[in-house]
Write a protein that binds this ligand. Structure first.
Ligand code: ZN
Length: 349
């Protein structure tokens, strides 16, 4: 084996209470002089305004721009603004959409990207991929890993708990993603990296084990979740693809995003998908379901706000939406009848 395997990782990761206050120092350390802060209207009040102040106090020139949608038009606008002010970095302060727009804008401009999540709803906070509308596919595309991640657990603790529970669903679903990856390796000869796989799997087990601490909103629980989300991003960087973190449960979630009248949160859907996909893999699906229940994440169609037909349709279609991503769904090939039975056996419908 003499293939070159390139791994891009965040250089600085700060997790803990009040770490937002270190944003200026981090930027100085990285040699950043001008930064465009990408934020949402709500997240501006929660952390964006403070981020701007801190950057200003640190002697940086910082400007803010607002995003409400994660689409290509917004990415282009942000790119233009970052270029116009001569920014060296794009700082994403917000939830999933904000982070995705900031990440892709930075990547396309060849600028540093700094991730400052205000929720722990999914693993995009430290990953190199972004999910935006207008690219003609429901899953994420390669952008670039953040140079720094500043995950302030105080801010996460104050965000609506539903986002935190969703992040847990995303992380717990890695148990299934790793199995799908191994299957693709065995059946299709796909590259499989033990290290990246172990990291994703460990994140999943740690979050399952910390279910009660997370439910009780303990600092230790938030930290475990944030570290797990960062580790998942790192696992994808090491693997060079989303393989260790995105398998059949994710395909199920992406399909729901396309067909459900009102999709739930990404991680909520991944969690419910993970219960059923774990059963297909012969994994301990009950343990997955129980930890989601303890955390307070959805475990049923009803809790996702969906009906039986939507779940069955998503199960049937999930194996086809991403050609080239071999998972258990390609091996089992669910009919509508089998899909319905699976969802019933797992108590999802
Ligand atoms: Zn995910």
């Amino acid at each position: 084996m003499n293939e070159i395997h390139r791994i891009d990782l965040p250089r600085i990761v700060l997790v803990g209470r009040g770490v937002l206050e270190s944003l200026g120092e981090i930027c100085r350390e990285l040699g950043i002089e001008r930064a465009l802060v990408v934020t949402g209207r709500k997240t501006y009040k929660i952390a964006g305004a403070r981020a701007l102040e801190i950057l200003g106090e640190g002697g940086l020139r910082a400007e803010a721009t607002y995003v409400s949608e994660a689409d290509l038009g917004t990415v282009e606008r942000v790119r233009g603004e970052a270029a116009a002010m001569g920014a060296n970095a794009v700082v994403g302060v917000g939830g999933g959409r904000t982070i995705d727009v900031a990440k892709l804008s930075a990547a396309r401009n060849g600028m540093f990207f700094i991730s400052v999540p205000t929720t722990a709803s999914h693993d995009g906070i430290a990953s190199s991929s972004a999910s935006v509308k207008g690219l003609g596919r429901p899953y994420s595309v390669r952008a670039r890993a953040p140079i720094a991640v500043v995950a302030d657990s105080r801010i996460i603790a104050e965000s609506p708990y539903r986002f935190t529970a969703s992040g847990c669903g995303d992380v717990i679903s890695k148990a299934v993603a790793v199995r799908d990856w191994r299957l693709a390796h065995e059946v299709k000869g796909e590259y499989y990296g033990e290290y990246a796989a172990s990291l994703a799997l460990m994140s999943s087990s740690l979050v399952m084990r910390s279910a009660r601490q997370i439910r009780d909103r303990l600092e230790a629980g938030f930290r475990t979740l944030l570290e797990a989300l960062v580790s998942c991003g790192v696992a994808m960087s090491i693997a060079g693809s989303s393989r260790p973190c995105s398998g059949s449960a994710h395909l199920f979630s992406h399909t729901l995003d396309m067909i459900a009248p009102r999709p739930a949160l990404h991680g909520e859907q991944c969690g419910v998908g993970a219960i059923m996909m774990a059963k297909l893999h012969g994994l301990d699906w009950r343990a997955i379901k129980e930890s989601l229940r303890v955390i307070g994440a959805p475990t049923t169609a009803k809790e996702l706000g969906m009906d039986r037909d939507t779940i069955v349709e998503a199960l049937v279609k999930a194996g086809e939406i991403r050609p080239g991503r071999y998972t258990i769904l390609n091996r089992v090939n669910l009919t509508a009848e089998a899909a319905g039975a699976l969802a019933e056996e797992c108590g999802v419908v």
